[in-house]
Design a protein around this ligand. Structure first.
Ligand code: NAP
Length: 256
């Protein structure tokens, strides 16, 4: 698996920090030519520099189809095509349903769901030319499986990505392109790390494996879906959450 990404051109959206950066780092470590995309070019470039292995940063906004088309062209020109798209960019500003504005709803859906569509649509012409075309979507446990107050819009966007995937994988199968999704649980990103050790400890207590996930935990799951060996796997999901969704009650955890 670690060999099959060698020399492959990989674009990760939303990879200047957080999970995307972890995915980019894992792919770069596996020998892939990685493009780091975010709206802020300076942060994308800084992350690429930190990742090394020839990674480069570029700006792009998944809410705009033209921006994604331009980004794909740049990446393909620089790295000789695109073999793997990791559609990872996402936002999660909380808003309670009773207070949520139509604009707040649109912002989250436009970035997380429409943004997934834009990135994938713009990548298709390049992925079609690859003999190992792969799309890996970053969804979440929140929405498809669980809920959390403040995240009705977010949960809808993350569940929506999976509905999108199940038809996209059928349409793209004729090109040998696979489409799969990683569903992370609670992952330690810069944002979460900033909330302090105590907060992280209390969150980890609800996870059977008693720790929060790392961004690399998600990166390795994405690497599997992108590998040559996963060529017969499409339209599937993998939950990477330390077992978080499994205990049916607090007692189930306490008795363990
Ligand atoms: N963290 C978790 O525990 C967790 C759990 C489950 C799922 N997820 C999913 O994992 C993904 C990444 O989350 P994260 O926690 O790593 O987020 P994060 O640390 O806030 O990073 C988000 C990244 O996306 C970029 N971005 C935001 N809006 C964008 C846009 N319109 N176009 C292009 N790039 C954009 C950001 O850079 P710019 O601001 O410069 O654009 C940044 O690079 C999301 O899809 C999220 O739903 C996260």
């Amino acid at each position: 698996m670690s060999q099959s990404l060698k020399g492959r051109s990989v674009l990760v959206t939303g990879s200047s920090k957080g999970i995307g950066k972890g995915i980019a780092r894992v792919f770069a470590g596996a020998g892939a030519k990685v493009a780091v995309l975010a709206r802020h070019a300076d942060q994308a470039e800084a992350a690429a520099k930190e990742i090394g292995h020839g990674a480069f940063g570029l700006s792009g906004d998944v809410t705009l189809l033209a921006s994604m088309e331009a980004a794909m062209k740049t990446v393909a020109g620089k790295n000789g095509g695109i073999d793997v798209l990791c559609a990872n960019a996402g936002i999660f500003p909380p808003a309670r349903l009773e207070d949520m504005t139509s604009e707040q709803w649109d912002e989250v859906i436009d970035t997380n769901l429409k943004g997934t569509f834009h990135a994938i649509k713009a990548a298709i012409p390049y992925l079609k030319k690859s003999d190992q075309g792969r799309i890996v979507i970053t969804s979440s446990i929140t929405g498809p499986i669980t809920g959390f107050p403040g995240w009705t819009h977010y949960g809808a966007s993350k569940a929506g990505q999976l509905g999108f995937m199940r038809t996209a994988c059928i349409e793209l199968a004729k090109y040998g392109i696979t489409v799969n999704a990683v569903m992370p649980g609670n992952i330690v990103t810069e944002g979460l790390a900033g909330m302090g050790e105590e907060y992280q400890k209390s969150m980890a207590a609800s996870v059977p494996l008693k720790r929060l996930g790392s961004v690399e935990d998600i990166g390795y799951a994405a690497l599997y879906f992108a590998s040559k060996e996963a060529g017969y796997v499409t339209g599937q999901t993998i939950i990477v959450d330390g077992g978080q969704i499994l205990p049916e009650s607090l007692d189930a955890l306490a008795q363990a």
